[in-house]
Design a protein around this ligand. Structure first.
Ligand SMILES: [Zn+2]
Length: 657
């Protein structure tokens, strides 16, 4: 069925407002009817043209953290939010920002085979090749040719200047280093070449450092996100071989680490000798992927500038009638280069959401809970902006922030996806029914989602973006929402407006859809009579964490008495079901108790290991120590916390500690 978007949809929602079209989680019948009218008005306001206007500004210049262009975008966002009727400001904060001072990568190998390109050096008796560390651009996308794109680097690299033999270490996982050890290839003192992608790059660098490597060179193999997957830029969305993924490493890396192109990786690999690797060892470059050391020697030099810089969060507030309760929607607006997919998409999405909410507010609507639109700086170099905000606003966030909803790389293709803590999952699924879909063959966003191979599937939250400070700092319920696809230019100079409008979202129609969905989610969380958490949705999360723990102990041949934990989960499940029944009529345990329960369960159930999610993090940590007493104590803490949450849902005053 084709349903024209816009006015017709608004009209159908207005009609639906007569007899309420099914219950709305957290709303009584009257407030649900009122909400549907307001949603109908809001949905017409975000536009694709608006999103494109924002992207044209956001993506006009490279705007790495702390640059003049970064500041200009903070001001642009503030001025838009103010224009839309938000109480808008820039909240500056100080943090260390790294930029490259000197980067060198040279190969000393067989001069018969490898023709020098940029430089010609004598060492080890063979000619050296100075590898070109720039990303050569594409004339069809002038933005990629701008010298301001700069040299790719890894923030968090150690400083160093060394000549060392080269070893290819596949994906840089512990198993890869074990395979090298098994083949008697000693990586100690070597520079290891690692293909990105198996885990957060900081973990991969740590693996190499822990194995004794003297340096790391990263690259993206075309097997993972390049020509082996499909047509590359400019013919298709995948990464061209001259493109380089920048990225931060997090703290604790002392060795020099440098990202380079697949073109350079091919030159390096061709200079290596050794036996063929195990299954999955080789990538898609026309080069050997040997298990061996040298004979190639590389000269790797990385010297970073470290400076304390001022960065700028942009914050817009739409004040609600309940002054201590709030919903925060956020997106980072800093970038490695132009960052149009990462994360002009999230920034322009939320600016369009804000435009809609602001205009709705001018027509008389006022949210019950305050809605905060936060556009973070410093995300790419370590979630600095959201962390600074969480620190500065800790008391109010802990007391009254009922949800943080994140938009990061949220429009890179047509596949809809969301990750959320249990409490928010049903409300988000419901919200997708209220948003029409721009595709011809489906009517609502919910229909698009249902038709995807995995169906309506809310993923478990992990790490890697600005929700971390909220979830891991306060237990705030969080969600990430977006449209995904092949995103070849990730963290490269190719992540431009032309790429976004050619491959990620032609016509910017999904940017509009995303802005509509963020608005509906924010409005429902803000306006509901009872915070629309589903507590029952936590139960499968707790149960699967329990089963994982049990299975892990079985595998390790350890005996754990988990019966107390099982009993506590069962008691919570019963209370959660009863509470959820009331939510259908807009009755709940009150924001204070609802938030306390959600914060408690979030703190127990969710953790992150790099980008990956981790369940029952405290129990997992205590388990890993193999100290039975520590584990028993952690288990009892977990049981007691769960029972406190259950008591709060049952309306029993919380027992002390
Ligand atoms: Zn990002």
């Amino acid at each position: 069925m084709v349903r024209p978007v816009g006015l017709v949809l608004a009209a159908s929602l207005l009609l639906a407002a007569g007899p309420p079209a099914g219950p709305m989680l957290g709303f009584g019948p009257l407030s649900a009817a009122r909400e549907r009218v307001n949603e109908g008005l809001f949905l017409d306001l975000p536009s694709a043209q608006g999103a494109l206007d924002h992207l044209d500004t956001l993506g006009a210049r490279p705007h790495y953290d702390g640059t003049r262009a970064d500041r200009a975008i903070a001001e642009y966002a503030r001025d838009r939010l103010a224009e839309y009727g938000f109480d808008a400001r820039i909240e500056p904060f100080q943090t260390e920002v790294q930029t490259p001072y000197k980067l060198v990568l040279e190969l000393y190998a067989d001069g018969q085979v490898y023709r020098p390109r940029d430089g010609f050096h004598k060492a080890h008796g063979t000619p050296g090749i100075g590898l070109d560390l720039r990303e050569s651009g594409d004339p069809r996308d002038p933005a990629t040719l701008d010298p301001a794109v700069g040299l790719p680097f890894n923030a968090g690299s150690g400083d160093g200047n060394l000549n060392a033999p080269l070893v290819y270490a596949n994906r840089g996982l512990p198993g890869d280093f074990a395979a090298l050890r098994g083949a008697r290839v000693d990586v100690r003192g070597a520079v290891v070449l690692i293909r990105y992608g198996a885990a957060y790059r900081g973990q991969l660098a740590h693996n190499a450092q822990d194995a004794g490597a003297a340096g790391v060179v990263f690259y993206n193999d075309p097997a993972d996100d390049g020509y082996a997957r499909g047509a590359t830029i400019p013919a298709g969305p995948w990464r061209p071989t001259q493109s380089v993924q920048r990225g931060s490493l997090g703290p604790g890396i002392h060795i020099p680490v440098l990202p380079t192109s697949a073109d350079n990786a091919r030159i390096l690999l061709r200079a290596l000798h050794g036996a063929a690797g195990p299954a999955g060892w080789a990538g898609a470059l026309d080069a050997p992927y040997p298990v061996g050391k040298g004979p190639a020697v590389v000269h790797l030099q990385v010297i970073m500038n470290h400076r304390t810089a001022t960065l700028w969060n942009t914050v817009g507030v739409l004040h609600g009638t309940l002054p201590t309760e709030s919903v925060v929607v956020g997106a980072h607006r800093d970038a490695w280069v132009y960052g149009v997919g990462d994360n002009g998409a999230g920034t322009s999405t939320l600016l369009e959401t804000a435009r809609g909410l602001g205009y709705l507010a001018r027509s008389g609507w006022r949210p019950r809970r305050t809605i905060v639109v936060a556009l973070w700086d410093g995300e790419e170099i370590g979630l600095r902006g959201s962390s600074a905000y969480a620190l500065a606003h800790a008391a109010e966030l802990r007391r009254g922030c009922v949800a943080y909803v994140n938009a990061d790389e949220n429009v890179t293709g047509p596949t809809f996806g969301t990750a959320a803590v249990g409490a928010l999952a049903p409300a988000i699924v419901d919200a997708t029914r209220a948003v029409s879909d721009p595709a011809r063959d489906v009517s609502t966003l919910h229909d698009r989602w249902s038709a995807q191979p995995h169906g309506i599937d809310v993923r478990t939250v992990g790490g890697g973006s600005d929700h971390e400070a909220f979830l891991f700092g306060f237990g705030t319920p969080v969600a990430e929402i977006g449209f995904n696809g092949p995103f070849g230019p990730y963290h490269s100079g190719y992540d431009t407006v032309l790429y976004a409008s050619t491959f990620s979202d032609p016509g910017l129609v999904l940017h509009r859809t995303a802005a509509q969905l963020f608005g509906i989610v924010a409005m429902r969380l803000a306006d509901a009579d009872a915070v629309p958490y589903s507590f029952a949705a936590y139960v499968p999360v707790l149960q699967s964490g329990f089963v994982q723990l049990q299975e892990r102990a079985q595998r390790d041949g350890r005996t754990l008495d988990l019966s107390a934990l099982r009993g506590a989960i069962d008691r919570f499940a019963a209370a959660a079901r009863r509470t959820d029944d009331g939510l259908v009529y807009g009755a709940g345990p009150g924001t204070e108790r609802a938030l306390m329960v959600a914060q408690t369960i979030d703190g127990l159930a969710y953790g992150a290991d790099g980008y990956a999610s981790l369940s029952f993090p405290q129990l997992a940590k205590a388990y890993a120590t193999s100290d039975a007493t520590a584990f028993a104590a952690a288990l009892d803490d977990t049981r007691a916390s769960l029972d406190r949450a259950t008591a709060a849902l049952n309306g029993v005053p919380a027992a002390p500690g």
